[in-house]
Design a protein around this ligand. Structure first.
Ligand code: DQA
Length: 154
């Protein structure tokens, strides 16, 4: 019996919260000009090079993200999470991240901890994250996938 690519690739979910679907058009001076569709392609390509099967999702609906995180917990799938503004105040998100069984990497395109708005300086995700990457643009997602690939190799 031959193993198909899915059988020997580790699954990783790259989950994105509100307003990230407008990447490329949304405040390009902060978030850049690459679109979300381009980011999704890049993430899948980076994953393939690392032997990871990457699923990319974006939602503007908090319950949808919670359902995805609950499923990731049930299936022990590693998660790269840019929860966008929910990062800063959602206790439901805090509780969902607490349940994850596999590594969680928190990613932000900008560096919220250095931005002027006080509300961005808190993250409910960080206490549960194995690694936090902020302010590296879209490259942060690549680094997050590299981290997960290295963890999976153990
Ligand atoms: C963000 C930073 C958050 O503060 C903001 O609400 C976002 C995007 C980032 O990727 O830099 O929507 O998570």
């Amino acid at each position: 019996m031959s193993l198909g690519p899915a059988a020997d690739q580790r699954e990783v979910w790259v989950l994105n919260g509100p307003n990230l679907g407008r990447l490329g058009r949304r405040q390009p001076e902060i978030y850049g000009t690459t679109t979300f569709a381009e980011l999704a392609d890049l993430a899948r390509d980076w994953g393939r090079d690392l032997g990871l099967a990457v699923r990319v999702e974006q939602t503007n609906h908090e319950g949808v993200l919670l359902d995805l995180l609950n499923e990731a917990a049930d299936r022990a799938v590693p998660v790269v999470l840019n929860a966008a503004a929910w990062t800063h105040y959602s206790y439901a998100l805090f509780d969902a991240c607490a349940q994850l069984e596999a590594p969680l990497v928190e990613v932000h395109i900008s560096a919220p901890s250095k931005r002027p708005e006080e509300f961005r300086h808190t993250s409910v995700v960080t206490p549960h994250a194995a690694l936090v990457i902020e302010g590296e643009g879209l490259d942060g997602y690549r680094r997050a996938l590299e981290f997960i690939a290295a963890q999976s190799a153990h």
